[in-house]
Design a protein around this ligand. Structure first.
Ligand code: NCD
Length: 308
C-alpha cells in the first residue's frame, strides 16, 4: 500500500488507521513494549528539512522493534548527481517501506512508480502531506470526538501549504465545514476548492481571521512557506500576516482547538501555549502512534485488539 495523497485511503480505511493509532498510544509513549515490526526496515528519505515527520517516523519504527535507514543529501550520492529513480532502485533492495520528502510536487508518486516497496509521502513540494493529515484527524477526534459537522478554519499559506491541501480534502470528505483564511495572493488552489465543493463540502473563503474565530471548533494555523516563493519581496508582503495571541481568544468557544503542523514562525504567540486551546504539541506527539499504525498497515502487520 502506498500513501501519496488522501485519495489512496477510503474514509473507512482512514478511520481504521486512526483506531489502530489509538490502541498504539501506550507503545508510542514507551510504556508498553510491542515489537510488531521486528526485522523490518524503514528507509527515511528526506530531501528537504524536517524535524517532526522524520523523527516521528523513526521513533515509530524503533518503538515497534524495526530498524531505520536515514538518507540525507549530504553524505549520499544524490550530491554526485544520482537520479531519484536510481536512488529508489537501491532503496527497493535495502528497505521494506520508505517515507519520502522531496521539494518537487509529484516526487513521491514518481518514487512509488519506480519501486515495489510501499512508499509513504512525507511531503512533496507544495503538493500533499497525507501522513500529517492522519495525525491531524487523530488530534481533532481526540479533542472533539468527531469530525462531521465541525467548523474548521484553515489559516495562512493555503497556496503553497501541502498540509492544508491534504487536510482540506480529508475534512471535506468527513463532512466538516471549512473556512479558508488567507491573503488573496495565497488562496487555496482553485482546483482544490472546486473539488471540495463538488463533494458537497460547505466552503467559505475569507482574508479575515478575527471575524471567523468565534464560531470555530478548530483553528488550524500554518506558516507562510517562504522557501516556495519565487520572489523574496512577495514573501515580505505577507510575512506575519496572521498572528494569534491570548488577547484574540476572549470570545472563542470553550472547546476550541488551536492546531499547527509546526514549525511556527510567529503565527501563535507563546502566551497561548499554556492555555486549554493549545493542541499543537499534542498534535506533534500524535505523529508517533499514527505513523506506527500506518507502518503496520503498509507492511501487512495487524495491530492487536488489546495492547498492554
Ligand atoms: C509541515 C511541512 O513540512 O509541510 N511541517 C510538518 O511536516 N510538520 C509544515 C511546514 O513546514 O510549514
Amino acid at each position: 500500500m502506498d500513501l501519496i495523497t488522501m485519495n489512496n485511503l477510503t474514509n473507512e480505511e482512514s478511520i481504521s488507521l486512526l483506531e489502530d493509532a489509538k490502541k498504539l498510544v501506550p507503545v508510542a509513549e514507551g510504556s508498553v513494549h510491542l515489537p510488531l515490526l521486528q526485522g523490518k526496515v524503514l528507509a527515511n528519505l528526506f530531501f528537504e528539512n524536517s524535524t517532526r515527520t522524520r523523527l516521528s517516523f523513526e521513533t515509530a519504527m524503533k518503538r515497534l522493534g524495526g530498524e531505520v535507514l536515514n538518507l540525507s543529501e549530504v553524505g549520499s550520492s544524490v550530491k554526485k548527481g544520482e537520479t531519484l529513480y536510481d536512488t529508489m532502485q537501491m532503496i527497493d533492495g535495502y528497505a521494506d517501506v520508505a517515507a519520502i520528502r522531496h521539494p518537487k510536487q509529484g516526487a513521491a508518486q514518481y518514487a512509488a512508480d519506480a519501486v515495489n516497496i510501499p512508499i509513504l509521502n512525507a511531503g512533496d513540494g507544495a503538493g500533499n502531506h497525507p501522513t500529517q493529515t492522519l495525525l491531524d484527524l487523530f488530534t481533532i477526534r481526540q479533542g472533539q470526538g468527531k469530525i462531521e459537522g465541525l467548523n474548521v478554519l484553515l489559516v495562512g499559506d493555503l497556496r503553497y501549504g501541502r498540509t492544508v491541501h491534504s487536510l482540506s480534502h480529508a475534512l471535506g470528505r468527513f463532512g466538516a465545514s471549512l473556512t479558508l483564511v488567507s491573503p488573496n495572493s495565497l488562496k487555496m488552489p482553485e482546483e482544490i476548492v472546486s473539488d471540495l465543493k463538488s463533494m458537497g463540502c460547505d466552503v467559505q473563503e475569507s482574508d479575515n481571521l478575527s471575524s471567523s474565530l468565534e464560531s470555530s471548533d478548530v483553528v488550524y494555523m500554518t506558516r507562510i512557506q517562504r522557501e516556495r516563493f519565487p520572489d523574496e519581496a512577495e514573501y515580505e508582503k505577507v510575512a506575519g500576516i496572521y498572528k494569534l495571541s491570548k488577547e484574540n481568544l476572549s470570545s472563542v468557544r470553550s472547546g476550541m482547538m488551536i492546531m499547527h503542523p509546526l514549525p511556527r514562525v510567529n503565527e501563535i504567540h507563546s502566551s497561548i501555549d499554556s492555555t486549554q486551546y493549545a493542541w499543537y504539541f499534542k498534535q506533534a506527539f500524535n505523529g508517533v502512534p499514527t505513523r506506527m499504525a500506518l507502518l503496520c498497515r503498509s507492511l501487512g502487520v495487524d495491530v492487536p485488539e488489546v495492547i498492554g
